[in-house]
Design a protein around this ligand. Structure first.
Ligand code: GLY
Length: 303
């Protein structure tokens, strides 16, 4: 099987002045993951590496640079899934972890659990030797300024950041899907959620079937967008099931998004790969940042 991968850096109203940073960020993620695939490493290694690169990039709402919650904390969600055996690991509302996707992988491989939330995730991190970072390592000044500005507003609607293009908004969930030489699929997603979320709010990203899904028998998907509607239709699993029914990855993504729009008025985007290694994507927001290294090493990116 020829290895391939596709990543996203968020589906929302990305303004023109943030386009270049997003394209650079998603390209770096895709190259990092594909470099490992070329050297024979697994799809799991590739999606973990791609997402970790984008978590380190403050362009995105994941890891460093994530949105602050209502009380000024950085709470992060992430998951990873192995299409070979349907293994999954996730962390939710975790603080002081630089790369939540790496902790999610430790949950999958070093515990019998799937999802650990809040302070329990930090206890687990300590037990398996994943170091804590300082809040300052995750916090960027721009987000502190945004948090202060939102606090002054009488009313703040989360939906607006997804469906209108607004200068100064520079955030998006990140995710990756990949297939390796053995034909194994994997998916991963990481996010800081939505701005000004209540403490403890968990979105779609760390929930199996919502934020991501991977099944060697159907395909792999990572989702981005407004978390609550994504959760209610298990968007990633819906798209995987549609690939299992024979739809191409792009058509499966479009169809799953239209189900979400029709049933719960949701907005977002998806990247996907089927078990033959064909990539695809779709979004119903103004823009979504994506990059792909497809079969034959063919590189594409867009927004
Ligand atoms: N999709 C990210 C979130 O709503 O948490």
């Amino acid at each position: 099987m020829e290895p391939a991968m596709i990543v996203h850096g968020g589906a929302w109203g990305i303004p023109d002045d943030a386009v270049d940073a997003h394209l650079r960020g998603v390209s770096s993620g895709a190259e990092a993951g594909h470099g490992l695939l070329r050297r024979g490493q697994s799809a799991l290694d590739a999606v973990e590496a791609a997402v970790a690169v984008m978590e380190d990039d403050p362009t995105f709402d994941a890891g460093r640079g994530a949105f602050l919650n209502k009380i000024g904390q950085v709470e992060l969600d992430a998951m990873i899934m192995d299409g070979n055996g349907l293994r999954a690991g996730a962390v939710a509302a975790v603080r002081n972890i630089r790369n939540p996707v790496r902790l999610a992988r430790a949950v999958m491989e070093r515990s019998r659990l799937v999802l650990i939330a809040g302070p329990g995730a930090n206890l687990f991190a300590r037990a398996v030797g994943v170091p804590a970072c300082r809040t300052q390592d995750l916090l960027v000044g721009r987000e502190l300024a945004r948090w202060r500005a939102i606090r002054k507003k009488k009313r703040f609607r989360v939906r607006e950041i997804f469906d209108t293009i607004q200068a100064g908004q520079r955030r998006g969930t990140v995710g990756a899907v990949a297939i390796d030489r053995r034909g194994d699929l994997a998916a991963a997603t990481s996010t800081g959620g939505v701005p000004h979320k209540p403490p403890g709010r968990v979105g779609d990203s760390p929930i199996v079937g919502a934020g991501a899904y991977a099944d060697n028998e159907t395909g792999a998907v990572s989702a981005t967008g407004w978390g609550e509607p994504i959760l209610r239709v298990l968007l990633s699993k819906t798209a995987c099931d549609l690939m299992g029914d024979g739809l191409s990855p792009g058509t499966a993504c479009r169809r799953a998004l239209s189900v979400m729009r029709r049933r719960v008025d949701g907005i977002g985007g998806l990247v996907a790969m089927d078990r033959r290694g064909r990539p695809g994507f779709s979004f119903n927001t103004p823009r979504m940042a994506w990059a792909c290294v497809g079969p034959g090493g063919k590189r594409r990116k867009g927004i």
